[in-house]
Design a protein around this ligand. Sequence first.
Ligand code: ZN
Length: 248
Amino acid sequence: MSELSIAYIFQNQQLLVDQNLQLPKVEKLASDLLFNSGDQVIARDLKEDEVIPEGFQLVPIRQLITQWSIQEFEQASRALQLLEWRRNHRFCSHCGQKTDAHATEYCMVCPDCGYHQYPRIQPCVITIITKGRDQLLLAKSVRQKTMYGLIAGFVEVGETLEQAVARETLEEVGVKVKNVRYLSSQPWPFPSNLMLAFHAEYESGDIQLQEEEIQDAQFFHFEQLPEIPHEGSIAYRMIMHITQGQTL
Ligand SMILES: [Zn+2]
């Protein structure tokens, strides 16, 4: 009998786990995505019409952020992103031919023109902006009812990360920042982002909202914060780091 593999089995950003949020062990299939080569770990898509095994459930991966360690969540998010990438690159984007999976790398190869398609990551900057020693800029997006978050957005082609921080801040809340410094990063599988966290200081300007995106933004005193993003998100860790001195 072959050794069983630990499996990340997904259906639409939901992961198959047992009642204790443990991953299932399965027999490996040829179609499985090998995960962490050498280990007995695989990733697999669960088809819509497949039966969920007895004692297991599908849990939205977002929900696991608060219940798993950062390392466990990042492993699961890596599995999810690799499966999505493989599903979205079944054909060559250059010539349209059906692709093959590379034998040893995460790469879909075109047998006709040789074009290689690797997993893509979208870099996103997220910035905590402070004013003086004890104030922090938080913004409420138009999609939120009560929660205030940090300024964030995608890095554009040809831009440095620092330029992206300055542009997003100016666009969303109309202020200029200075002393932009890198803090940390977090892979964010919705769908395939890499969040790059920065600290910046307020330089000048009055808050002016980008109304399609932001419904309110204010400088809040560290001791009087509104509702902030949930634990497990990089935004939460950044806010705790700056206001409470916690390690990131
Ligand atoms: Zn091709």
